[in-house]
Design a protein around this ligand. Sequence first.
Ligand SMILES: Nc1nc2c(c(=O)[nH]1)N[C@H]1C(S)=C(S)[C@@H](COP(=O)(O)O)O[C@H]1N2
Ligand SMILES: [Mo]
Length: 353
Amino acid sequence: MSEDLIVREQEPLNLEMPFSSLDGFITPNESFYVRCHFPIPEISAESWRLKVEGEVEGPFELSYDELLGMEKRTITATLECAGNNRIFLERKVKGVQWALGAVGNASWTGVPLSTLLDRAKIKASAVEVILEGADEGEVDKSPRLPGKISFCRSLPLSKARADVLLAYEMNGEKLSASHGSPLRAIVPGWYAMASVKWLRRIIVTAKPFNGFYQSLDYSYWDRSGPLPTLAPLAEQQVKAEIARPENGEAIAANSAYRIHGAAWAGSASVTRVEISFDSGATWRDVKLLGEPVENAWRLWEYQWHTPAIAGRPIIIARATDSRGTVQPVERSGDRGTYMINHLLPIEVEVRAL
Ligand SMILES: Nc1nc2c(c(=O)[nH]1)N[C@H]1C(S)=C(S)[C@@H](COP(=O)(O)O)O[C@H]1N2
Ligand SMILES: [Mo]
């Protein structure tokens, strides 16, 4: 584990990447944030088995070696914790106080979930797939105490079949214990609570699952229908984050400064990132770097000539995605303590030298 990570919690382990250290498209494994709800389970790959059961014609179990022998795929996906940026909420809320760094981008290698679902032969009655982790513990959150539970989340069958990967490698290395070894799900484009670690069971169900981590927790008020309804968090929302300068950073006046960061938009692509130095009155386009990669963030930069005189300019970045969605200016209360993607102005200190 890298000393560069910010320890938000020791037990369960919650580590954040200082976002100012962003310096490449791929986040190195030792810099990748870690989010755990329970103690990391001790699992030996030799005795570990993955069960596939529920609404299927042929339930089965797989060993680690059998998985390694199956046809594999490598994808790139940005994982963002749905609570990333929580520290910036004006009304302080419960939960891990993440700043900008509960996000990272890696390449993941493993077996498509659809391969296992096909092998199990899903019944026509199936609607969802529950992914269960081997970690468990007591949850003491109000208002309803579920007691001892394991970490699990469900996916609609369509998403489970489309592009979900069961990964055993991260950036070409064997998955580490903190990131979910021996096997984790990667749900591209979704907030990372869906990417269940330490997988032990895949349960196909004939009715929507209503577990703790998608009802009392990790849900939001969906107002797209006639009445508000609690819906499980899913797709990552469009967002640009500034890596440098950091909030409060001292910068020389009348000089060249490279403002840079990353932007992502779930399974949509980032089409534009803009920056404002006048509280949003005018916006300038930044340069998007590299080529777009599906489900992955896009790095960006802006060559800034800093003001000639000392002062405290405010910088705001804002992203737009291929669906035409722009980051909101204001925070919506419907999102509780999650899905935080409103604009986050930073202030820097320009010093005359
Ligand atoms: N089994 C299990 N899976 C889990 C979690 C967990 O606590 N237990 N945390 C989820 C959350 S909220 C996030 S943000 C991601 C974090 O993945 P990482 O630790 O590899 O960065 O894992 C998800 N998968
Ligand atoms: Mo998370």
